[in-house]
Design a protein around this ligand. Sequence first.
Ligand code: TYM
Length: 331
Amino acid sequence: MNKIVLSGIKPTGIPTLGNYLGALKNFVKLQKEMEDYDFYIFIADLHAITVFQDPKELKQNIKNLAAIYLACGLTEEKLTLFVQSEVNEHAALGYIMQSISYLGELERMTQFKDKMQKQVQGVTSALFTYPALMAADILLYDAKYVPVGEDQKQHLELTRDLAIRFNNRYGETFTVPEGLISEKGARIMDLQDPSKKMDKSSENGRGCIFLLEPLSSIKKKIKSAVTDSEAIVRYDQENKPGIANLMTIYSIISGLSYSEIESKYHGKGYGDFKKDLADIVADEIGVIQNRFQEIINSKKLEELFDQGREKAKAYASRKLQKVYKKVGLGR
Ligand code: TYM
């Protein structure tokens, strides 16, 4: 069996605390735990352009994300870092995946439906076929595990369906991947509206923390996060979604369980809790920001991505040739 863990992030804007806790921090943790696995981590720039991106900003966002990956603590050993568009095979296999996916199953994707609702005009066809490209990203490398946040679960299920469908039609070709969705942090919510996930495109920037924003602004956002009138630090997802979300963030970063946090703040109000949370989040992000500054203009970053591209390309091109042969394409 191929021992590959794979995941990607779109370079649209600056990654958020949601991306960090739901994905990035998890990659780092898994890399430590799964010693005999190779990690393929990429920048999903082809996915980014399903919604218009200013070309100059996109370039900068790609570079920033590259540095953020390393700044978050991924180690170079057993790591293949690359940019999706530099490996043409993604788009090619994406097309094959479109050819075996049905309109009905793509229409059911909640992320697409949500975006359709928000943006009535100018929804691109690529936004609709996006999950087929995501399936290609994963299947191209026979990834066994795919660590993602909760919002990608449905896309992963589709990926599994497509892998199984292809294997049934054309013979065993793809590894059927499994999602790795962490128990805590897979869905970090907006600080101002805890019924919505934290998202960089949300209209209200006050509810979203960006990894490269000034620490003072991060602290301010946490201190003004929406809570409730009970004034007791208690984990109750249903009735106290604001506090539950803050406790989740606290728990992941500090390593304390919910009940340990409850005891720690017993008899204290939200003010103390939020102040401490603001400090621990700012400390953690501060370390990332310092490393980011060291890395962003280093040659090392370029070298790592060059090596990653070559390694990914070698694997992907072999795989795509196999696929073409099975499908009967070419002469
Ligand atoms: P993207 O760029 O939207 O998000 C990157 C990762 O961050 C997670 N995430 C969150 N986790 C917790 N709470 C949140 N509020 C939150 N917001 C985002 C996402 O679940 C994701 O893991 N389609 C993918 C990128 C992609 C990909 C792939 C991932 C393309 N091809 C192949 C894995 C494998 C996306 O748009 O992620």
